[in-house]
Design a protein around this ligand. Structure first.
Ligand SMILES: [Zn+2]
Length: 182
């Protein structure tokens, strides 16, 4: 009889504390170093190639994952948890792989943006939310009115979607304040 793993998803807008929540979750698991891996998309150079960092300064070692890498090469018989930060940038192909590891009893924890700066569903996060056993919708503080914020408002005219690590270009906003300037 196989025991399936659990999928935990931390999602929300920018500055909602997603990475902090992911790092806290990893810490709470109290796993040995060889029992978990942490991945982030190679595109995120915010904290150097092999670290994830939170806005409040927490840092964790991780693997910068590119599309050419095989997840199976990173997993060992000891792996109990796969953690993924900024999961919105991962290709849809990873979903079936993650399902496979859940079926093998490996837990998966991800964090990511559920909506892009145009409030459209972002990458695989909606799929992961649907698959999740435990989901945590994190909120930031609206920089206009102080209400709970669920949207990442882009303050620059740069139309490049991927402005990761470019926090100065975004501010969290509630739905009302987000829509004022759209
Ligand atoms: Zn507001």
């Amino acid at each position: 009889m196989s025991q399936s793993g659990e999928l935990v998803v931390f999602y929300g807008c920018m500055f909602s504390g997603k990475t902090t929540a992911l790092i806290d979750y990893i810490s709470q698991r109290q796993l040995k170093p060889n029992e978990f891996i942490v991945l982030k998309p190679e595109i995120d150079f915010r904290a150097g190639k092999d670290k994830i960092a939170t806005h409040d300064g927490k840092v964790h070692d991780c693997i910068a994952y590119s599309s050419g890498m095989e997840l199976q090469d990173l997993i060992s018989p000891f792996t109990k948890l796969i953690a993924i930060d900024e999961a919105q940038f991962f290709d849809k192909l990873i979903l079936s792989e993650l399902r496979r590891y859940l079926n093998k009893g490996i837990d998966i924890a991800v964090s990511g943006l559920d909506k892009d700066y145009r409030a459209r569903p972002f990458g695989i996060i909606p799929n992961l939310i649907e698959m999740a056993h435990h989901k945590h919708h994190l909120k930031a503080v609206c920089q206009q009115c102080g209400a709970d914020a669920e949207y990442s408002y882009r303050m620059t005219q740069n139309h490049v979607l991927v402005l990761i690590g470019a926090e100065n270009h975004y501010e969290p906003r509630c739905e009302k304040c987000f829509n004022i300037n759209q």
